[in-house]
Write a protein that binds this ligand. Structure first.
Ligand SMILES: [Zn+2]
Length: 321
């Protein structure tokens, strides 16, 4: 059963309108590519798509009607399977259905999973990914984990999804699971960026809130650990650095730190367990171990100075470093 945050994201996305007609087609193709099943009967092909989200079913139904002009049905009564409700949208066998699906690009899966016209335009890339996410994507509750995934049965298609995401500046990874190809994002920043790109602004804010609260909670936990645990010298140093940087952030603000110290400070807060060398490789340009050490020491000196000179708690001005 799909998690509630995932369903909320889909509800928000399903309510947001595509900007242009080209995008409506791309979104519809994504939706059908994600969950469309073709059944061959005596009268011809039938297309059926099932979803747990009533909002997605409605969106799919409206797009199908609008773009194809053909007959479509939305299941009036939800079916109860394994304690959750499934909605189905069906295009019964009828003249013109096969031609419509072919024009849309649905029937050319292995040869061309994503038509060139969709892959060429930024707006359509986003719309296609939105449709595909609505049909075959999910996102974990951020309280539990940062994870967004798209599932496809085709290896070629998985590769195309990764390329579409890369074209939008996102680095997705892939893994095989039970014969399916899973394309996923694990970094909270990237997941947040994708939600914005797809148009789920409200959900993005919700994610950001969880991130902030989680970050604060982790810092508190770390602080407790710093005070109570029997620590090695390196961990003790990292703990001390984090405490000092937090003090500086509270008193002068990260943005008022000298530029060359700001990034080191941010990285140390984000990766309290990282070694100096690891922190250095994350800097642009990269910095060696002793360079990182020097900057962290400078931050600690600043914190010490500040503690000495402003015991009263007033907020100091910017540092010149
Ligand atoms: Zn478009």
């Amino acid at each position: 059963m799909e998690e509630t945050f995932s369903l909320r994201v889909k509800e928000e996305l399903a309510r947001s309108e595509a900007a242009r007609p080209c995008c409506e087609r791309a979104e519809l193709l994504g939706l059908i590519r994600a969950g469309g099943v073709l059944e061959a009967g005596q009268k011809g092909l039938t297309l059926r798509i099932t979803t747990e989200s009533p909002a997605v079913a409605r969106r799919l139904f409206l797009l199908l009607k609008k773009i194809s002009g053909l007959k479509a049905e939305i299941a009036g009564r939800p079916r109860r399977i394994h304690h959750h409700t499934l909605y189905s949208v069906t295009m019964p066998a009828q003249p013109g259905l096969k031609e419509f699906l072919s024009r849309l690009g649905f029937l050319q899966l292995e040869r061309r999973p994503v038509p060139a016209v969709v892959a060429a335009e930024d707006c359509c890339r986003r719309a296609y990914l939105k449709g595909f996410f609505l049909g075959a994507g999910s996102i974990s509750n951020p309280e539990r984990a940062y994870h967004l995934e798209l599932v496809t049965g085709s290896r070629v298609h998985a590769g195309r999804l990764i390329r579409l995401l890369r074209a939008l500046g996102l680095k997705a990874r892939r893994v095989e699971r039970k014969g399916y190809h899973v394309v996923y994002l694990k970094e909270s920043e990237e997941i947040a960026a994708l939600l914005t790109l797809l148009g789920a602004v409200q959900s993005r804010l919700e994610l950001e809130n969880v991130r902030v609260v989680k970050g604060m909670r982790n810092q508190v936990n770390r602080l407790v650990n710093c005070e109570t645990a029997n620590l090695s010298k390196t961990v003790e140093a990292a703990c001390r650095q984090v405490e000092n940087i937090r003090f500086l952030v509270q008193r002068v603000g990260l943005e008022n730190l000298p530029e060359r110290l700001r990034e080191v400070a941010r990285l140390r807060l984000e990766y309290p367990e990282a070694t100096l060398r690891e922190l250095g490789t994350q800097l642009r340009p990269p910095l060696g171990k002793s360079g990182v050490n020097h900057r962290l020491r400078r931050l600690e000196e600043m914190a010490a100075d500040l503690r000495r000179t402003s015991g009263s708690g007033e907020k100091s001005g910017a540092y010149t470093g």
